[in-house]
Design a protein around this ligand. Structure first.
Ligand SMILES: C[S@@+](CC[C@H](N)C(=O)[O-])C[C@H]1O[C@@H](n2cnc3c(N)ncnc32)[C@H](O)[C@@H]1O
Length: 155
């Protein structure tokens, strides 16, 4: 089931998402619906371990090629398939750029198995049922503002 079509998170937005989540070197980030790996690349650059899952095998191939080119592939694990095939208990930070409905679907599925101290960061869309910690409007360009929402896993 498709939770969202592909659209890339621009690098400055990905950076700000990871700043808000306070992603530390050595932590594990999981990007659900990782597309071509924009958020994974930023996480790996910061010394984190990154896991990406996407139902599109084509996008996962593109992500793999890009991460290899950037010499970041060793820090990243990629899975082609539905997000339900991932075990999220390792994640310190989970990133989402889906839709409100997609986020809700994912959160309902993950909420029992994610760590209580896991931080969730969403680009543009709310996560119903999770506890909002911080929300900001990020000016990507003067004509393009993005919402970044930081949540705690525990309600
Ligand atoms: C808006 S894109 C976000 C890409 C990436 N996270 C980023 O921010 O650059 C959403 C991605 O979710 C993937 N997707 C949609 N439904 C999915 C599902 N059920 N399981 C895994 N991935 C899914 C799509 O293939 C698409 O690449």
């Amino acid at each position: 089931m498709s939770l969202a079509p592909f659209d890339r998170t621009p690098a400055p937005v990905a950076k700000r998402m990871l700043d808000l989540a306070c992603l530390e070197p050595g932590e594990t980030l999981l990007d659900i619906g990782c597309g071509d790996g924009a958020i994974l690349a930023e996480a790996a650059r910061r010394g984190a371990r990154a896991i990406g899952v996407d139902r599109s095998a084509r996008l996962v191939r593109l992500a793999r090629a890009k991460l290899r080119r950037l010499k970041l592939a060793q820090a990243v694990e990629l899975v082609a398939g539905d997000f339900r095939c991932i075990r999220p208990a390792r994640a310190d930070v989970i990133t989402l750029y889906l839709t409100t409905r997609g986020n809700s679907e994912v959160f309902q599925y993950l909420k029992e198995s994610i760590r209580k101290d896991c931080r969730l960061v969403s680009h543009d869309f709310e996560i119903e049922g999770a506890r909002l910690i911080q929300e900001e409007e990020f000016e990507y360009t003067p004509f393009d503002k993005r919402r970044i929402l930081l949540y705690a896993a525990s309600t």
